[in-house]
Unconditional design. Structure first.
Length: 244
């Protein structure tokens, strides 16, 4: 909850009030818990504050990377234009060492490098509100009709189907005696031949399965044709009560 600098600042105030190192340590443990500074560190800082020290930051150490405000500003400016700089690229651009760039990013700018979060779709604000309205309407229908409403929902999905399904490792399990040699099996690579499959399903099972012809793009119009010529035909055979 509290950084080392914040704890040192509090120790400086308490030392000015005449508190002992033991009293300061008990106060830190009461507030910070396991993240409190060790007692030996508290005693050392209280002693330095009593002897006249004013700064709560660490003194520069030999070999420790240090950076000026101008260097920090130059790195921050580069990050404003592009967030994907690597340490090597920053070092070449700024002329600083890797350790100095790391010190600026971690200690001075308090930054870390994280990967993007993959999402299925990038929706606009209008599309988000449309989905919100649909979810609200569905929730109201479920409150009125219960599970009967869920049984009338047909969901659609699509997936790539390859020419064959590779066998899983557990499917090759065989009962053998202890000490028997393990059977070798050549790992197969998936075939390049694949087809787009559209299928619709409800709470009971899959209703139709439709294979998209080669070199055809699945668009909104294609889905409309699928609903009219394939799904409706399958509903007449398997779910006639849906059409009523």
């Amino acid at each position: 909850m509290f950084t080392k600098l914040e704890q040192r600042s509090w120790l400086k105030i308490e030392a000015g009030r005449g508190k002992t190192a033991r009293e300061c340590y008990r106060g830190l443990v009461e507030v910070c818990g396991t993240t409190a500074l060790p007692y030996r560190t508290v005693a050392r800082w209280v002693q330095t504050f009593r002897t006249g020290r004013q700064n709560v930051t660490d003194k520069p150490r030999p070999g420790r990377p240090s950076a000026t405000d101008a260097q920090v500003s130059s790195v921050a400016t580069l990050l404003e234009t592009d967030r994907r700089w690597t340490f090597q690229e920053l070092a070449c651009e700024t002329g600083l060492s890797h350790t100095t760039d790391l010190h600026i990013l971690k200690e001075r700018l308090h930054m870390r490098k994280i990967a993007s979060c993959w999402v299925p779709h990038s929706l606009t604000e209008i599309q988000k509100w449309q989905r919100y309205e649909s979810a609200r309407m569905h929730l109201e229908c479920y409150k009125k009709k219960g599970d009967a409403f869920l049984h009338r929902i047909i969901a659609l999905d699509e997936a790539w189907a390859r020419a064959y399904e590779p066998e899983m490792k557990w499917q090759s399990n065989e009962w053998r005696h202890y000490g028997s040699p393990r059977k070798n099996r050549v790992r197969q690579n998936p075939s390049n031949a694949k087809v787009m499959v559209i299928f619709a399903y409800d709470s009971a099972s899959i209703i139709p399965i439709h294979a998209v012809p080669q070199h055809r793009t699945v668009t909104g119009q294609y889905y409309a044709d699928f609903l009219e010529h394939h799904l409706r035909r399958a509903l007449r055979k398997k779910r006639p009560h849906f059409l009523g």
